[in-house]
Design a binder for this molecule. Structure first.
Ligand code: IVH
Length: 673
């Protein structure tokens, strides 16, 4: 056998095993992206070696079931071809335009690709008579009784004389999925892996009463007008008709003209993928004109007039190399996975958090395992679980180390907590994290003082505590590796500048337990100075808006801790102001609810200063551009990515010179470009 034939055989075997797990047991083993990659590889192999195509090649989908009666679809329920980037989408569109030999640019419908399962509901003279799953595309399963229990599926359609199939997706909204899993756990049953599997499991119930208890929804996206009684000429008309009949139709679906508009709209969906109340895993682009669709036709698997642009997968598999423990500024010891690096949701991931000891045990992941890694949106990557590999021996279960990897001190876990702590207050890792946090952007924002420098100063014995930063001298820094006179003087100046930072930032920087930026601001505004805050009785702290008993107690104790008192005394001595400037209420909320992204430097403002000015006017200043961004302020040496993104999403860009105008009026008189 040739190696290609061998590979095709192996792929078919693996795909069959995973299809069974996915479609029959509703318990997928592999993330969809990995499954898709296997199918794609097989298709490519078959394309290059047509002699390898056998009778079973096209059968990717559910095999016939033993529980439900088979239903032959009058018109096959085809699948969709996938593309993964803009270039492929353009190629598809070009081919389609050529196929039509039309002069005018095509009109497309761009809609969300719902991650549920396809369903075809047959209505005869407007009465619901049958509902079937997709199955292998030709033969599906009869799930009529279960579908009758779905609240938003109409039982009757007005003004229909012939036979009509309404096709769409059965799904569970994210919130409904969470509720269902809570109920599953409460009943001691296994929770579902994701909304799609929960929907599939709920629809394919032997007992319709069980289906009825599951909050399934149906979204319609296609009409098969079997007897040509509806006189539809475009997809847009089909969707309008579906809505008239009472079906849920995705309101975000838009009709666009030409390839560029079409691409921009698919990118919009990608940017907003997390804003939907249900899971979407891509967008579907369809040619609007039904007569043109007939001209293009279909392959045995998918129509030529539609395509799915899949989003970068948020789950991938990779090898877990080892499990290490990192020590945070509070001494918390967090286990994390060291991974063979893999691209997830568009960025390269080689480490992922495992949260705590219980999570590692629950997930039962062991060094050497093949694991699923997930990264959704801005969330930090995490390990979901292990993928069993047949015939592969596993390593021993991982155990939490008894001692701190940084200082060798004991690691302790309190009985009622899931977190483990290094309890040595002198642990160098804790010191490092504490000081780095104090200097970080969210706190005192001391430019040029990152983790590496802090580590260097600690090991040189120049600092032991945040208060020591203010006593650093140019001469001692200039003698260090990587420093010169100039850079040493620059850093010392930055640190000196931080002396006048508002008290609220200092409070955040001190890392007092439970005190985040919101509480810090409220406390600083209420008391004005650190002295007043430190002397406040507990009841007075509790009375501050947004400060509950837990935060109040923590602040109260901090103010009375010997080390903290010494720290604050020393800071005051070297001239740290520890004072909150009076809240000037004359600032108008000109940017209420608006997201303004700043890229590059704006004259007269520090990085954080510009953001603070926006926030003070009721706006937000996110770190990245999305279609929701109000405008982008382009300063000196702007970031390429932000500018490109803004241009692509049609977000207005204004110059740094117009920043003051923006702050004052909430708008601008001129944009760039
Ligand atoms: S149209 C012939 N539109 O994606 C056209 N499908 O990967 C067939 N899907 O089997 C489908 N959202 O289950 C279409 N807006 C949408 C969709 C959609 C999700 C599913 C459907 C289909 C699968 C193909």
């Amino acid at each position: 056998m040739t190696s290609a034939a061998q590979r095709a055989r192996d792929l078919r075997e693996v795909i069959a095993r995973h299809s069974e797990a996915y479609f029959v047991r509703d318990e997928p083993i592999l993330p969809d992206a990995d499954y898709d990659a296997l199918v794609r590889e097989l298709r490519e192999l078959e394309r290059d070696h047509p002699e390898l195509v056998d009778a079973h090649s096209n059968r990717v989908g559910a095999p016939a079931s033993l529980v439900f009666s088979p239903v032959h679809h009058a018109e096959a329920m085809l699948s969709l071809d996938n593309v993964f980037d803009v270039d492929e989408l353009r190629t598809w569109s070009d081919r389609l335009t050529k196929g039509l030999a039309a002069v005018t640019p095509p009109v497309f419908s761009v809609e969300p690709k719902i991650d549920g399962l396809a369903l075809s509901i047959t209505y005869v003279k407007g009465v619901l008579v049958q509902a079937a799953t997709r199955g292998d595309g030709r033969v599906g399963e009869d799930v009529t009784e279960n579908v009758r229990t779905i609240a938003n599926v109409p039982r009757r359609l007005v003004d229909v004389r012939g036979t009509v199939d309404v096709r769409g997706e059965v799904f569970l909204a994210k919130a409904d999925f969470e509720r269902l899993n809570e109920a599953q756990r409460a009943a001691g049953a296994k929770p579902f892996a994701n909304p799609r599997n929960a929907a599939a499991g709920s629809l394919r119930q032997k007992d319709p009463a069980v289906s009825a208890s599951r909050p399934l929804s149906f979204l319609a996206y296609q009409v098969v007008d079997r007897d040509a009684t509806l006189r539809l000429s475009t997809h847009g008309e089909s969707l309008a008709r579906l809505a008239t009949w009472g079906f849920l139709v995705a309101p975000e679906t838009t009709s666009v003209t030409g390839v560029e508009e079409m691409i921009a709209r698919t990118t919009w969906f990608e940017d907003h993928r997390h804003d939907f109340t249900y899971d979407i895993d891509g967008t579907v682009v369809k040619l609007d004109d039904l007569a043109s669709r007939a001209v293009l036709g279909s392959t045995s698997r998918a129509p030529r007039w539609a395509i799915a642009r899949k989003f970068p997968p948020e789950e991938r598999t990779t090898r877990l190399v080892s499990i290490e423990v990192s020590i945070g500024r509070t001494g918390r010891a967090t286990p994390y996975a060291v991974l063979e690096s893999v691209v997830v949701a568009g960025s390269r991931v080689s480490m992922a958090t495992l949260h705590n000891e219980d999570q590692v045990r629950e997930k039962d992941v062991r060094p050497g395992d093949l694991v699923v890694v997930r990264k959704a949106g801005d969330v930090i990557p995490e390990v979901v679980g292990a993928v069993p590999v047949e015939g592969e021996a596993r390593g021993a279960p991982w155990r939490f180390p008894p001692t701190c990897p940084e200082c060798g001190g004991a690691l302790r876990r309190l009985d009622d907590q899931s977190d483990t702590y290094c309890v040595n207050p002198a642990c160098p890792a804790q010191q490092l994290q504490k000081i780095a946090h104090f200097a970080s952007r969210g706190a005192l924002d001391i430019e040029g003082l990152g983790e590496q420098r802090v580590s260097q100063f600690l090991s040189e014995g120049l600092i032991h505590d945040v208060a020591d930063l203010f006593t650093l001298e140019v001469s001692s820094l200039a003698a260090l590796e990587g420093f010169g006179e100039l850079s040493a003087a620059g850093l010392v100046a930055q640190i000196a500048r931080a002396k006048t930072a508002p008290l609220s930032r200092v409070l955040v920087g001190l890392g007092i337990r439970h005190v985040g930026p919101v509480a810090a601001r409220e406390l600083a505004q209420r008391f004005g100075t650190y002295d007043a805050l430190a002397q406040a009785p507990l009841e007075e702290l509790e009375a501050v808006e947004g400060v509950g008993p837990v935060i109040a107690q923590s602040v109260f104790e901090y103010a009375r801790d010997d080390d903290a008192r010494e720290r604050m005394r020393r800071m005051a001595e070297v001239g740290v102001e520890l004072r909150e400037p009076l809240d000037s209420t004359s600032i108008e909320a000109t940017l209420e609810g608006r997201a303004v992204v700043v890229t590059g430097t704006v004259e007269g403002y520090s990085r954080d200063g510009a953001a603070a000015a926006i926030v003070a006017r009721g706006g937000t200043s996110p770190g990245s551009v999305s279609a929701k961004t109000y405008c982008v302020v382009v300063g000196e040496a702007p970031g390429n990515a932000k500018v490109t993104k803004a241009r692509g999403a049609g977000v207005p860009m204004i110059s740094a010179a117009a920043f003051e105008e923006l702050l004052e009026t909430g708008t601008w008189s001129a944009t760039l470009e």
